[in-house]
Design a protein around this ligand. Structure first.
Ligand SMILES: [Zn+2]
Length: 491
């Protein structure tokens, strides 16, 4: 296949699949940012409708998008244009310990066997993301006012997901172990990452660890706390008391690692993708809250307790923008303000990060002032959102294609939410969902059916195949606690 075709195809596929799902972190044409970050633009609660699932992306609906070649890993390592910077001033590969030749001494005692590790190509790293959990399904799944059912997994789903990832030999690694930084601020993917023998490298990120006050009462916890040196979810009750719960991704992981310590390599845990507009981790750390009479300094102190615990325990942080705006469509001024507000309200709490997670997966195009600004801020690892597993070394989407030699990494993340687990768990559910979607758009039954079928033909096989790397969605779906159901497939 000619390179141009490959690039076009890849860009198409990326755009198509990115626009496909509708979770809060997923690109959606319907998601518009308002000027006021606290005004609800970031809680696209009114979003049980997806962005146009056949987006206006270049000729996306032609159905030719499933080539025989693997469309998911369009980053061929044999790419002839790959400009591996030869002037690399920094040694990118941490030199392996040259195992000192053991002196065959008389010592009969075997030292404790060190974990046997191997090097695997860094472009095989998988990245899965989800949101904070539906802790109390009776609230979260029963209300139509919140997006939790679409965006979030339930506690039992997340527990089953972890088990499935573990059973599929994944091991958590630190996203920051995937790349090397050069002195000039550029980065490149390392050739390999280290994992225990027999394991596959995995990054998990948790988006929007905000606990926005607007979500109170919808079944998500109110904040994270540290109790007895471990992390817990916490509800603030109306009478001033608090209720602790371990039904959130962080305590669930901690518990899982107690019985399955080999699910983490080198202590690596999750990446938290934070915004700033409503504070972080359930604390109203943002300066705007001072106007509401909240003691922001005190909130920051409390948040720091959790931040410090997380850092000491293997978690790391990513920037998910300050305002959770759509960075493809928002103005340069919005990004400028976001950068300023992030640096004032979030960075002092969590420190530096090189990882930028696009809200809605809506990327900034290479060569634009918005993208340049993010680069200047030091971000080198840009993460998208889709049903793909793409990793691009030195590449970034640009107008009409893909830029090369960017000195950055572009890493897609597989979306694991109520919506994706539901729709990729059943052909019938998928077709039914999109039939209704197109009906809502005003199409006739026949038209809606044809459109849903086409949408299915183009998207479902790849997304389903990718999902199966991690879990069998219909096996983890929590039928008891969802008001949507997975329909039994007829065939
Ligand atoms: Zn998000």
């Amino acid at each position: 296949m000619k390179k141009n075709n490959l690039i076009r195809l890849t860009a198409m596929l990326l755009a198509l699949l990115s626009a496909l799902s509708l979770c809060a972190c997923t690109k959606s044409n319907l998601t518009v940012s308002s000027d006021d970050p606290a005004s609800g633009a970031q809680s696209p609660s009114g979003l049980p409708t997806p962005g146009d699932p056949t987006p206006s992306a270049p000729s996306s609906g032609n159905g030719n998008v499933t080539p025989s070649g693997d469309p998911i890993s369009p980053l061929p390592s044999d790419d002839p244009v790959e400009p591996t910077p030869s002037e690399d001033p920094v040694e990118p590969t941490p030199s392996k310990d040259p195992t000192p030749t053991p002196t065959p001494s008389d010592d009969p005692v075997d030292p404790p066997e060190p974990e046997k590790t191997v090097e695997v190509p860094a472009n095989t790293v998988r990245h899965v993301f989800t949101h904070c959990l539906i802790n109390d399904p009776a609230k979260g799944c029963a209300t139509a006012s919140g997006p939790l059912d679409v965006d979030c997994l339930t506690v039992s789903e997340f527990e089953k997901l972890l088990q499935s990832l573990y059973d599929n030999d994944f091991v958590l690694i630190n996203i920051n172990d995937m790349y090397a930084l050069h002195k000039n601020g550029t980065a490149r993917l390392l050739p390999t990452v280290t994992v225990p023998e027999g394991k596959k490298p995995l990054v998990i990120s948790i988006d929007d660890v905000t606990y926005d006050p607007k979500k109170r009462g919808s079944g998500m916890i109110d904040r994270l706390v540290i109790e007895n040196d471990t992390i817990m979810g916490c509800y603030d009750n109306a009478d001033g008391s608090t209720t602790l719960t371990d039904g959130e991704v962080f305590p669930i992981l901690e518990k899982f690692l107690k019985t399955h310590p080999d699910f983490s390599y080198n202590g690596a845990k999750f990446t938290l993708a934070l915004t700033g507009f409503a504070g972080i981790l359930g604390y109203r750390t943002d300066e705007q809250y001072a106007e509401q009479g909240i003691d922001v300094a005190k909130e920051r102190e409390k948040a720091m307790v959790v931040v410090n615990w997380l850092k000491e325990n293997g978690y790391n942080f990513a920037c998910h923008s300050y305002s959770h705006s759509n960075y493809t469509t928002c103005s340069l001024e919005r990004v400028q303000r976001d950068v300023m507000m992030w640096n004032r309200n979030v960075k002092p709490l969590i420190g530096d990060t090189k990882v930028f997670v696009y809200p809605y997966g809506a990327w900034t195009e290479y060569g634009t002032a918005k993208h340049d600004l993010l680069r200047e801020e030091g971000y080198v690892m840009f993460c998208g959102t889709s049903q793909l597993n793409t990793i691009w070394d030195g590449k970034q989407p640009k107008k009409g294609g893909i830029a090369s030699g960017t000195g950055t990494i572009y890493l897609e993340r597989f979306t694991m939410t109520g919506f994706t687990v539901r729709t990729y768990g059943s052909t019938a559910t998928y077709l039914n969902y999109y039939f209704n979607y197109f009906k809502d758009q005003g199409y006739s039954d026949d038209e809606a059916q044809a459109k849903a079928q086409k949408h299915y033909d183009v998207n479902y096989p790849t997304a389903r195949k990718n999902m199966l790397e991690y879990c069998v969605p219909e096996q983890i779906y929590d039928h008891e606690n969802r008001y949507h159901k997975i329909l039994p497939d007829e065939e």
